[in-house]
Design a protein around this ligand. Structure first.
Ligand code: UDP
Ligand code: MG
Length: 382
């Protein structure tokens, strides 16, 4: 079988027959496909699926009696299928089945194919204003937190296709709804292709999105972040920097009370020791996967010190720039600290803690986006 279409259903009695027939009408005759409904319903959807299964040889389904979330349902559906390509979509016809042939076509070239609401030619007209805002915040948060998602416009889509190799031999343990996030963070793939589509208005039944699922989303992103050393680095670096400020202040207080040095000497000594403290913590935590080489601690300290001193210069210049423009110096200092943190992090990552080749970062991910859907359909299908 070439294609499995995995569809999670929760009380979709009025939609399952319609989606099965629209899928059949959309796929070219002779396509080897199955529709696998993963059903968590508490209404009579299972009865309707049983009838559908009898009538339509492409339909398969199973019921889960203890519901454990939408994403987990999809993960079980993927596991229960064995075709080369997998497409996941909702049952409520908000995801148009008419672009299925195009997704399959693109899967021959790309590892992951995501119909996107947010590239030119796409639209999320099927959501109301509030849901649009929540969805925007959720997407931006994931894009910002997880580097692999940065160039993907619709990483929270419930409509996507992938080659089986992407999820073979990985453990999917999603929390909540967004299985695509889990796959994009843990999966093995090199190319992602997005194509525009219009998210339709739900015709029958009601949405099951609720506040608890938004909380689960935050838990899911935090968990994915925690398991990704690359993405944790910047957060650890900033946290250590913040702890370093407290250490610096405490040391300054200690040296002043000691009464051995003047203010300037006490301040410089406190800053130097705080830098040593930050260096050791960064070596031990932030770049722990690159800090094993013998003698590396001694070798890395001078360039680290240099980067940190340049950071102080960046902060000073930014604060000065603000005052020259007539703006508040505290705002300038804060902007400078943010700029210096980014600057120092980048230099530390690419220079101070750089490992000799082969590169410590994974191979580059290529994300492409299709321009105008109608045009592409013309070229590929007609
Ligand atoms: N769904 C599910 N289990 C759940 C919640 C939803 O299988 O716990 C299914 C639902 O039947 C639909 C899809 O997931 O096929 C998307 O759900 P919904 O339309 O309620 O979400 P929305 O489109 O409003 O985000
Ligand atoms: Mg829906």
């Amino acid at each position: 079988m070439e294609l499995s279409i995995v569809i999670p259903t929760y009380n979709e009695r009025d939609n399952v027959v319609a989606i099965a027939s629209r899928i059949q009408a959309s796929l070219p005759a002779g396509t080897g496909y199955e529709i696998l409904f993963v059903d968590d319903s508490s209404d009579d959807t299972p009865e309707i699926l049983k009838q559908l299964d009898k009538k339509d040889s492409h339909v398969r389904w199973f019921h889960r009696s203890n519901r454990r979330g939408l994403a987990q349902a999809v993960a079980e559906g993927i596991e229960a299928s064995d075709s080369e390509y997998i497409i996941v979509m909702d049952a409520d016809l908000q995801h148009p089945p008419e672009i299925l042939p195009l997704i399959v076509e693109r899967l021959r070239q790309y590892d992951v194919v995501i119909p996107s609401r947010f590239i030119p030619g796409g639209s999320d007209g099927g959501l109301n204003g509030w849901r649009k805002l929540v969805s925007w915040v959720a997407r931006k948060l994931a894009n910002l937190a997880i580097r692999r998602l940065r160039d993907i416009s619709d990483a929270t889509s419930g409509y996507f296709g992938l080659r089986r190799a992407v999820v073979d031999h990985i453990r999917l343990e999603p929390v909540g709804w967004k299985i695509l996030l889990e796959i994009l963070v843990k999966g093995k793939y090199r190319t992602v292709h997005e194509l525009p589509y219009s998210f339709a208005v739900r015709d029958q039944g009601v949405s099951k999105m609720c506040l608890r699922e938004q909380w689960n989303y935050l838990r899911h992103v935090a968990r994915l972040l925690w398991t990704s050393p690359q993405d944790m680095r910047f957060i650890l670096f900033c946290l250590i920097g913040a702890i370093g400020v407290v250490v610096n202040m405490k040391l300054l207080n200690f040296f002043i009370n000691l009464g051995l040095w003047g203010d300037l000497q006490a301040s410089c000594m406190a800053s130097f020791l705080a830098m040593v403290h930050n260096f050791l913590l960064n070596n031990w935590l932030t770049w722990r996967d690159r800090s094993l080489a013998p003698g590396s601690l001694i070798k890395r300290f001078p360039p680290y010190l240099m980067v940190s001193c340049l950071g102080i210069l960046v902060t000073g210049l930014t604060a000065k720039g603000f005052t020259l423009l007539g703006w508040d110096i505290y705002a300038g200092q804060f902007a400078g600290i943010v700029a210096a943190a980014c600057w120092s992090f980048t230099l530390n990552n690419r220079w101070v803690w750089l490992l000799p080749a082969p590169s410590c970062e994974p191979a580059k991910l290529v994300v492409t986006q299709e321009s105008v859907l109608e045009k592409v359909i013309d070229e590929t299908v007609l």
